[in-house]
Design a protein around this ligand. Structure first.
Ligand code: 3ON
Ligand code: FE
Length: 487
């Protein structure tokens, strides 16, 4: 769905590339302060902690990383209490973070192209990958966990954010075993997560955890072929995975010429496989695993899924292809106009007939969806997502977009031209009745002042603008995911 150049030119550019680039400066300092520059008013009912994770370092002592996804995880914590807000940030002290800090240079290969200095010879036959913990952060079962999809979680102190070690859930997870960065919280009080062990055939493991943070079930499924599966969705009875059509050629990785992630290629002539696995202890438990096919493309994130009689509806952010992270390119020079945008699609699966229908919901480029936590895995009406300022064409995320899936009514709040949007989180108002009663909160990078703002919107009315804008004393590099805990 890339727009022809002549159509792109009809809309003025909403941003300037240099402004966008500045959001990728490392933040080395760790802060701890009450936020005192506030525009508007923090709602008194908003009580709890917003947790964010993302790459805090984009360089190691001046040596640039090849891609932000290789950056060491840095947790930011914004605690709202009685109309005030407190900020703290701290790096996850993984083995690699500490070793590179001490050495003052890159010591590990990253998944997304970062190589040790010294050319391919210095990297050849080094299969050790740096375990970073940069993708998500959750508070579950009284444990604060920093997540990265290719390894075990890091356990952090909930107040000080100090790194306490790895979390193995009483030995149910083994050292080196993955625990993805995209758990889904079933409103019935279970956290469902997965792990991918790729190879010539791939093992998908599904975990279900109770509210005490204990793994109560763990099941494995083997699927043919290599998988790069970053996210999944749940319904009442199923876990659903989209196996992107990719293949993996390990040779350039082994020879030190490219990183593992750079050896993944999208196969545009192959279909995407939709793998539907019955959940443990559900009505569907005895059903077989079903695999259906749909058109090629690449999906990182899903919005939500739900069952309607014998159908499953899944909403996902689809790209025509995986944005390349080639060895000789610089991510700061990304040409948005020629990259495929992420767009919201709806997949409608008819289980008895094993048929899939798909439909584009809207052309706007977007990424990082959020919904009301009570509707996870269930029918829902509203989604909120970071999006491009303009309704067509590809561009950096600068706005928060609300889509009413029932009426197709939309609302948008934009920080363009100089603001850049991070993942929004929907937080329901305590004792709320309506699905969109609550707030949408996001970190916005303000390139004009080279600092980040915590922006709070009323989810029912974007037109009144930000109800509060909390100016931090510094910027936070563009992040990945986070969550909110009322505790
Ligand atoms: O080779 C195997 C396959 C594979 C994919 C094994 C493996 C373990 C090396 C592996 C690892 C995958 C990892 C570590 C993936 C990590 C992903 C990550 C840190 C972030 C993904 C972010 C996705 C999106 C869509 C971000 C979008 C950001 C913006 C639009 C703006 O900031
Ligand atoms: Fe993600």
């Amino acid at each position: 769905q890339i727009l022809e150049p002549q159509n792109q030119q009809t809309l003025a550019k909403s941003y300037n590339q240099e402004d966008w680039q500045k959001g990728y400066e490392s933040l080395k300092q760790e802060y701890d302060y009450w936020i005192d520059e506030i525009e508007g008013v923090i709602p008194a009912e908003l009580q709890g902690t917003l947790l964010r994770n993302g790459p805090g370092l984009l360089d190691i002592n001046g040596q640039r990383l090849h891609h932000p996804f290789d950056g060491d995880g840095m947790i930011s914590r914004i605690t709202f209490t009685n109309g005030r807000a407190h900020f703290r940030n701290k790096f996850v002290e993984t083995e690699g973070y500490l070793a590179e800090k001490k050495a003052g240079k890159i010591l590990y290969r990253g998944v997304f192209g970062t190589q040790k200095p010294g050319g391919w010879l210095a990297n050849a036959f080094d299969f050790k990958i740096k375990h970073i913990a940069n993708t998500n952060v959750i508070y579950w079962g009284k444990k604060l966990l920093a997540l990265w999809e290719a390894a075990e979680p890091y356990l952090l102190h909930p107040h000080t954010l100090e790194t306490l070690g790895n979390e193995y859930f009483n030995g149910v997870l083994s050292p080196g075993e993955a625990f993805s960065a995209h758990p889904r919280i079933d409103p019935n009080g279970k956290l469902v997560n997965f792990a991918i062990k790729p190879g010539l055939s791939t093992t998908i493991t599904i975990f279900e955890l109770n509210t005490n943070g204990e793994i109560i079930s763990k099941q494995n499924h083997s699927v043919p072929g290599f998988c790069f599966i970053h996210d999944f969705v749940i319904t009442e009875n199923y876990c659903i995975f989209f196996q992107n059509p990719v293949n993996f050629n390990p040779i350039p990785f082994a020879l030190g010429m490219a990183s593992a992630g750079q050896c993944i290629q999208v196969q545009k002539n192959q279909p995407t496989k939709i793998i539907i696995i019955p959940r443990k202890d559900s009505k569907a438990e005895k059903e077989e695993v079903r695999t259906l096919e749909t058109q090629a493309g690449f999906i990182f994130h899903h919005v939500n899924a739900f069952e309607v009689e014998t159908e499953i509806i899944i909403d996902s952010i689809c790209y025509e292809s995986l944005p390349e992270v080639e060895p000789n390119t610089d991510y700061l020079q990304t040409n948005f106009d020629t990259n495929a945008p992420g767009q919201i699609w709806r997949f409608d699966i008819n289980l008895p007939e094993k048929k899939v229908q798909s439909q584009l919901i809207d052309k706007r480029a977007c990424e990082f969806p959020t919904i009301h936590p009570n509707n996870v895995g269930k029918p829902y009406r509203y989604l909120y997502i970071a999006a491009a300022h303009n309704p067509i064409g590809n561009a950096p995320l600068q706005a928060i977009w609300k889509v009413d899936l029932a009426t197709e009514k939309q609302e948008i709040w934009s920080a363009a031209p100089r603001g850049f949007m991070g993942e929004p989180i929907f937080i329901p108002r305590p004792n709320s009745q309506q699905e969109d009663e609550g707030w949408v909160i996001a970190l916005v990078y303000d390139s004009e002042n080279h600092r980040s703002d915590v922006v709070i919107l009323d989810a029912q009315d974007f037109s009144k603008g930000a109800i509060a804008k909390l100016h931090l004393k510094h910027h936070i590099p563009y992040g990945l995911h986070g969550s909110f805990t009322p505790e």
